[in-house]
Every structure is written in structure tokens, then in C-alpha cells.
Design a protein around this ligand. Structure first.
Ligand code: FE
Ligand code: FE
Ligand code: FE
Length: 163
């Protein structure tokens, strides 16, 4: 049952986040364009740059493991992105748009934090120390982004929405 062990689960999940990061990199430009606040637009643009580096980091991990960089479809991220697009459309032109965009983006970050958190633990368990270190760098970036989004919501967007 070698193909159903922790290493196989790790690789499967790596392919899931590879799919997810690529989908996120396609969604972020539109989110940046939709944002009313220049600070929020900057946050999305900065995270797009980070996301592109995260994709390269995943490719580096596949290479370290002697595996081909492949995706398996992640329906969760597709659903989260779709929900974000719906909120953006529904609240376009209104004061609550940015609050909605931030909450949608945080759903993306929380998905990533859940997945990368598991991947780091599994990599450590499998003795893949270099891989674990690379995944942990990405995990930190996702957490920082989530914190920045909370700050933007609480310092401006939520108040703006409630007027
Ligand atoms: Fe990411
Ligand atoms: Fe997934
Ligand atoms: Fe992210």
C-alpha cells in the first residue's frame, strides 16, 4: 500500500496547493483592480508577487523530491475564489466592497494556512528537512498576509462599510 502512505498523501497535497497557488495567482490581479482602497490594492499586488515566488518554491520542492511539478484540481479553492467573485460583484460600487474583498481573501489565506500547516508537519515527519523549511517560509507569508488583511479591515474597511 505504498501509494496510500504519508509520502503519497504529502505529494497529493503538494499537487493540490500547486493547483491552488496557480488559481490564486490568476485571481489576485482582478481583486487588486476591484479594491477601492489603495492600501488594499497594494496588499493584493504584494501578495501576487509573493504568490509567484511560492509557485517557484513548490516547483523547487517537486524537484528536490525528484517528482514532476503537477496539479490535482482543488475544488475548495475554486469555490472560495468563486464566492469572492460573487461578493465583489454584489457589492461593487458600494461602501462594503473592500470589507467583502478582505473577508474573501482571508478565506483563501486560511485555506492555504491549513494546507501548508499540514504539509510542514508531514515533511518534518518524513525527514524532509529542506522541504519543510521551504514550506514553512510560505506558511509564514500566508500568516503575515492574513494579519495584514485583519489590520486593513479593522483600521479602515469595516468602518467605511458601516456608513
Ligand atoms: Fe499562497
Ligand atoms: Fe484542495
Ligand atoms: Fe496566500
Amino acid at each position: 500500500m505504498a501509494e496510500k502512505d504519508l509520502k503519497a498523501l504529502f505529494l497529493h497535497t503538494l499537487k493540490d496547493v500547486y493547483f491552488a497557488e496557480n488559481a490564486i495567482s490568476r485571481a489576485l490581479p482582478k481583486m487588486a483592480e476591484s479594491a477601492d482602497s489603495p492600501d488594499l490594492e497594494d496588499a493584493f499586488t504584494t501578495h501576487l508577487e509573493q504568490t509567484r515566488e511560492q509557485i517557484k518554491r513548490l516547483e523547487q520542492i517537486f524537484e528536490l523530491m525528484g517528482e514532476k511539478a503537477e496539479s490535482v484540481p482543488c475544488e475548495a479553492i475554486q469555490g472560495i475564489i468563486k464566492e469572492g467573485n460573487e461578493v465583489a460583484q454584489t457589492f461593487e460600487g458600494g461602501p462594503a466592497l473592500d470589507a467583502g474583498l478582505i473577508a474573501a481573501a482571508q478565506a483563501v489565506e486560511h485555506y492555504e494556512i491549513a494546507r501548508y500547516g499540514a504539509l510542514v508537519s508531514w515533511a518534518e515527519r518524513l525527514g524532509l528537512d529542506e522541504v519543510a523549511g521551504l514550506l514553512d517560509e510560505t506558511l509564514d507569508e500566508e500568516k503575515e498576509t492574513d494579519n495584514l488583511l485583519t489590520e486593513l479591515a479593522e483600521s479602515e474597511a469595516n468602518e467605511e462599510a458601516d456608513t
